[in-house]
Write a protein of this length. Sequence first.
Length: 344
Amino acid sequence: MSYSTSNKVLSLEDYTLEKPGSTFKVVEKPVPEPSQGEVLVNITLRPVNPADIFSIGGVYPGFTPASLPAVVGLDGVGVVVKNGPGATAFEPGTRVVAAPWPTKTGNGTWQQYVTLPEAALQPVPEGLSDEAASQFLVNPVTVYGFVKTLETDNLIKNGWIVSNAAGSALGRMFITYAKHKGLKTIALVRREALREELLSLGAAAVIVTGEGVDVEAEIKKVTDGEGADAAFECVGGDVSGIVKGLRHGGALIVYGAMAEFTFTAGIPDILFRAVKVRGFWLSDFLAETPAKERATVVREVFEGMLEGTLAIPPGGKHFSLEDVQEAIAEATKPGRGGKAFLRG
């Protein structure tokens, strides 16, 4: 299979959270050669995820290159163009995703070509668009992991689950998958305009937060005074109302920091009501999943994506690699629809 002799790379030259995108340089490098057991993949499409923004800021532990410049990008879809010695699982031309891509060491998807071990790749099933497939790892596998965490931690008692920032792409996906799994999502959002959409996706209730809203009381009202089994939190700041809205022995599961890197909650709820606080990080979930079970995770996630239980929101805007600043601006725009993508 023919391919370019040049690899266009978005090279991160310095970390910044103030103006993400301003410290990239588009450079041309030689296309890497796959080593023993490796495959060369031409990456064609990548979504811009919040974790990518944190990588650019130097605060994401899933991106820890030894030095800069380096390449960010946690998600993407591509095509096999060449097999290294001993790699035989994928014919050239096969669409693939990775679980994971080699982003941690600074060799992420925001470039055109990357080599990685054959075992890290998964073929994309027919019927799944490039836009959907490019989002395989960060959101669908995370949502799948959320439900697995609820099950393995034995947290499901009454089935009520709070989801903060429920209007995000991941939040929408959680609503549909949670309903499929028999759970009842209480969606927390900041805009009234999202209410009907999230209810139509399957949310059992929508609470519009803001000044004067008693989140604890609203959760208790929805759950007939029982409180929710768990809450997935990704915003930061004052989460005391959410914690108070959990049942005795419930859990606050933190998976992001969209607004602040700290949060506050009352000690009595944790001390006297046995409310647990734990984190969820996709890298740990994948690392802790035995190799023989990962094939099941991949199969069930792809099935959910095809069936719509792990529904991918409608596609957003596409940008070239050279337009990375515009892509990041779109990805961080409040109230945007769909993802921003880097193509090419």
